[in-house]
Design a protein around this ligand. Structure first.
Ligand code: AOF
Ligand code: ZN
Length: 376
């Protein structure tokens, strides 16, 4: 099927609408829809929050003209299952829409082609694959989760030109500029959870919340990896929780058999949970076990925010799915700064992790490199 220029234009609009749900729909995908009749958009909609109407429903209900005989552009195959809402396929069929343009099939096993076949059975023309790549990218964490059954891990680092994320004593304020830090807050809003190691949680004493953004924001779940539950109850994160300032859950992952008294002190705090994980052969938290737990909490799009040992463990485990690397025009110098990945390096360059650079952009004086691992 040869798509026409206007098909791209309308699908682009659907993708744009879908993006309005960023931060609010997970673990559902971002979906947008437009209804076109006589070359005019007569209805539009998007999935605005988890549990809310699906895009097609909002688009059909918003139409200011009878939708009978019109075209629907939607980036995901209309669902065919009874979930939190009734199937979109029925809504589309009953509305009298004549043709449906889709970017991606829905990999959810409850749908998986069922939506498309229901439409076709009712003689609706279905054209799938319009802007397939763009649609897949928009929902990369959703597709990854459906296919691999594990979270999508995004590594974010702010480094000097010479590859350090902090001075020897841990000072990192600030490596990247204001524009980059603002973007990092947008990532926290967009993704489901922010994950840091105990060292970073204590040294930087961060709140791991979204600030510096306009409009309604979504606060990510905060995840701390701390094998021995050594983190202080006096850290900012827990102090705020104790004051009753609930912003989002805080999940502390530890190894097995940690101090029960200390554990209960954390658990008493509103929104704080301590979860014990198995250890791997290196006596570190088992990241597969962690992945399973995160999925249990519906956390599928995770922002790894350090520090360097956590970064290294995820790198070694081959778990980093996307890189956001901010490079700031600063040179720390010396050889004792804190590297991006702290641990033993391979002995040969050919053993290094290979990545594909997707984009390079300027954020103020910094460069942001977005990259994906090259995996077979
Ligand atoms: C659509 N249109 O706008 C979205 C779809 O829990 P529920 O009932 O909201 O269903 C969620 C599933 O529905 C989700 O996993 C995905 O397969 C599909 N999402 N489908 O037709 C939409 N958001
Ligand atoms: Zn639906």
């Amino acid at each position: 099927m040869e798509f026409r220029d206007k098909d791209y234009k309308y699908m682009e609009r659907a993708l744009e609408l879908a993006r309005k749900g960023e931060g609010f729909v997970s673990p559902n995908p971002l979906v947008g829809a437009v209804i076109v009749k006589d070359d005019k958009i007569i209805g539009k909609g998007y999935h605005s929050a988890f549990g809310e109407d699906h895009a097609e429903v909002m688009a059909i209900d918003s139409a200011d003209t009878d939708v009978k005989g019109s075209d629907l552009y939607v980036n995901l195959e209309p669902c065919s299952h009874y979930g939190k809402t009734p199937p979109c396929s029925l809504k589309v069929i009953n509305s009298g829409i004549k043709r449906v343009f889709i970017a991606n099939g829905d990999p959810n096993p409850k749908v998986a082609g069922g939506g498309i076949s229901q439409l076709k059975e009712k003689d609706i023309e279905v054209y799938a694959g319009l802007m397939e790549e763009e649609g897949r990218k928009l929902n990369e964490s959703f597709f990854h989760f459906m296919e691999k059954k594990r979270p999508f891990y995004n590594l974010k680092v702010a480094q000097t030109i010479d590859g350090y994320i902090a001075a020897p004593g841990g000072d990192a304020r600030w490596i990247s500029g204001e524009k980059s830090r603002e973007y990092a807050h947008y990532l926290r809003h967009k993704l489901d959870a922010v994950l840091v190691g105990r060292g970073t949680a204590e040294l930087d004493d961060p709140q791991l919340t979204v600030r510096h953004l306009d409009g309604k924001v979504s606060q990510p779940t905060r995840v701390i990896l701390d094998s021995n539950l050594k983190i202080s109850l006096e850290s900012k994160l827990f102090k705020e929780a104790r004051k009753g300032n609930y912003l989002s859950d805080i999940l502390v992952f530890t190894g097995p058999d940690v101090d029960a008294v200390k554990k209960s002190k954390f658990q008493e705090l509103p929104g704080v949970k301590v979860i014990e994980l198995a250890l791997n052969e290196d006596n570190q938290l088992d990241l597969d076990d962690l992945s399973r737990e995160l999925i249990n909490f519906d956390l599928i799009n995770i922002l790894l925010e350090g520090g360097s040992r956590i970064n290294y463990s995820f790198l070694k485990a081959g778990l980093i799915d996307k890189y956001y690397i901010f490079i700031s025009p600063k040179i720390l110098g010396g050889n004792d700064g804190i590297p991006v990945f702290a641990g033993a390096a391979p002995d040969k360059i050919y053993k290094s992790e290979k990545i594909n650079i997707d984009k390079t952009e300027r954020y103020g004086e910094d460069i942001l490199i977005t990259a994906y691992p090259k995996r077979g």
